[in-house]
Design a binder for this molecule. Structure first.
Ligand code: PBG
Length: 337
């Protein structure tokens, strides 16, 4: 198709390898590149004096005390990373069926956001809206007879969004996949004078097997006990459905949309970007990071090269940015040049 359509020439006059011959030439013809401004750094905070606690299924990534998180935020800021996403590992004793701790203005994530924004007002801070870090059943919403109910859940989610915005969160990121959440959250934020707070919707979020290490990190895996999220997250078989989800979130007021997971879903990223042309992000989720990092630690893959190649793939697919656990590592490598 390419040759026919463009009639760009024919061998031996046209030699595609000429432009690949030298480093300067490869850089000159590069269609995409990575910069620190492409990254959102997901981070974990816990209520503990232990500054940094390793997460075994996410090698190299830690849960942070609030003060260690403030340091991490400073590091990200220094490297030119625009946004820090904060996820709480809630004390199991505070979890209940209603996820009540999610709407406590003094909860861990709100205290963490306040501390980070106090120390680094110019760094963007983003928070998930979903109940899974706070429920004793590990689901993103309220359970009634084993089913996650939509409209009742929305009432809690809007309150969660407002307490997080009150704490100073710049970007609210609904990750629960309830119907109508973006519109409900937008109007609740506006009513609470938070019209400047942005919404990055997890619009096309799939019921993926790649979230395991994240659930270990926030401690929701034991709560969930193998129960699936298939009644609210999308079926990996579907693609057109993602476009409907994105269209609805944009209509409801989303400022930015996200596809999650990342690498297995780059076709969706491309379709979303082509169809809507809105700021489009992808989440390189915990399982993706763990696969590459684990292979690297075993000596089976060259981690340094694989992570760069994977992140470039997001840009090529049309993403405007990527949530990646490798953000600081890669940004510092880019800085060194
Ligand atoms: C919470 C949430 C999840 C992730 C981000 N927000 C887990 C889930 O939906 O079960 C996963 C992120 C990752 O795996 O890195 N709703």
């Amino acid at each position: 198709m390419v040759g026919g359509e463009y009639s760009l020439g024919r061998f031996p006059v046209t030699r595609m390898r000429r432009n690949r011959r030298d480093d300067w030439n490869r850089r000159l013809v590069a269609e995409n590149m990575l910069s620190a401004a492409d990254f959102i750094l997901p981070s974990f905070v816990h209520d503990s004096d232990v500054g940094r606690e390793d997460i075994p299924s996410l090698p190299g990534i830690q849960r942070h005390s609030i003060s260690a998180l403030v340091d991490l935020a400073g590091e990200a800021k220094e490297l030119g990373i625009p946004v820090l996403a904060v996820f709480p590992a809630t004390d199991p004793a505070l979890k209940d069926a209603a996820g009540s701790e999610s709407v406590n203005p003094e909860n861990l994530v709100c205290r963490a956001v306040r501390a980070v924004k106090d120390a680094h007002p110019d760094l963007g801070v983003m928070c998930d809206v979903a109940l899974d870090p706070f429920t004793d059943h590990g689901h993103d919403g309220l359970l009634r007879d084993g089913y996650v109910v939509n409209d009742e859940t929305l009432e809690v989610l809007v309150r969660q969004a407002v307490v997080q915005a009150d704490a100073g969160c710049d970007v609210i990121s609904p990750s629960d996949m309830m119907d109508g959440r973006v519109g409900a959250i937008r109007s609740a934020l506006d009513d609470a004078s938070h019209d400047a707070v942005r919404i990055m919707a997890y619009s096309a979020k799939y019921a993926s097997a790649l979230y395991g290490p994240f659930r270990d990190a926030v401690g929701s895996a034991p709560n969930l006990a193998g129960s699936s999220k298939k009644t609210y997250q999308m079926d990996p078989a579907n693609s057109d459905e993602a476009l409907r989800e994105v269209a609805m979130d944009i209509a409801e007021g989303a400022d930015m949309v996200m596809v999650k997971p990342g690498l297995f879903y780059l076709d969706i990223v491309r379709r979303v970007k082509d169809e809507f042309g809105v700021p489009t992000y992808a989440y390189q989720v915990s399982g993706e990071y763990a696969m590459m990092k684990g292979a690297g630690l075993n000596g089976w893959l060259d981690w340094d090269r694989v992570i760069m190649e994977s992140l470039l793939a997001f840009k090529r697919a049309g993403a405007d940015g990527v949530l990646t656990y490798a953000a600081t590592e890669v940004a510092s490598r880019l800085k060194k040049g």
